[in-house]
Write a protein of this length. Structure first.
Length: 221
């Protein structure tokens, strides 16, 4: 997988779009192909803005919760070391890459967006690790040890995922900046960490406060 392929994917949303290698401030140990704001000279046209809204290239940004979760895993490698880890809604693949770097037996990047899977593969190669790609949560392996997920609860209809994750693996590591209360007592808040989407989208400050949760067997030894 090459940056040219990612540029082609990005071009479907933004004709002037290109990716560039960057290290997000929240997880500087990982480098990623992300949207390069330097290619834009002047504001988006009306047509470009409509295209971005209609088909957003989520994978071309490293969201605050993804950075925080990746950094958390790198700081607590025992949570994933030697285990099969599935990262749900993987986007750029930053969390799956962090799991691989932390010693996971297998890191699976799961996303329904083929462009995101291409980005995860390219970004993994950029960091000298490998990840397995999965386009369908419903066909995930039955022996997953850890599920990770970052900012996947933005839609109320996604709330049932909290219990699905717990049924899918003995341990869930979740990061979220959208909900102040998950409404599920099985998830224990571990930390609140400041983060900012990269490149910066100037989101509301409340979305820069990322809460990290664990559910299940934390193996905190």
């Amino acid at each position: 997988m090459t940056p040219d392929i990612l540029d082609q994917h990005l071009g479907k949303t933004l004709s002037r779009g290109q990716v560039a290698v960057t290290a997000p401030a929240g997880c500087p140990d990982i480098v990623l192909y992300l949207f390069d704001p330097g290619v834009l000279e002047g504001p988006l046209s009306h047509e470009e803005a409509q295209a971005v809204v209609a088909e957003p290239a989520y994978w071309s940004f490293c969201w605050a919760s993804g950075q925080v979760l990746a950094a958390y895993i790198l700081a607590h490698p025992h949570l994933v070391k030697g285990k099969k880890v599935l990262d749900f809604g993987s986007g750029s693949g930053v969390v799956a890459i962090a799991a691989a770097m932390a010693g996971a037996m297998e890191a699976i990047a799961c996303d329904i967006d083929q462009a995101a899977l291409d980005a995860a593969a390219a970004n993994a190669r950029l960091n000298g690790v490998s990840v397995t790609l999965s386009a369908d949560w419903a066909t995930r392996p039955s022996d997953v040890d850890v599920v990770t997920a970052a900012d996947v609860l933005y839609d109320p209809e996604n709330r049932p995922l909290l219990s699905e994750f717990r049924r899918a693996a003995p341990l869930v590591i979740l990061a979220d900046s959208r909900l102040r209360n998950l409404g599920d007592d099985h998830y224990r808040q571990q930390d609140v960490i400041e983060g900012r989407t990269w490149p910066d989208l100037n989101e509301f400050e409340e979305f820069n406060r990322v809460r990290v949760y664990l559910a299940g067997q934390s193996s905190m030894t």
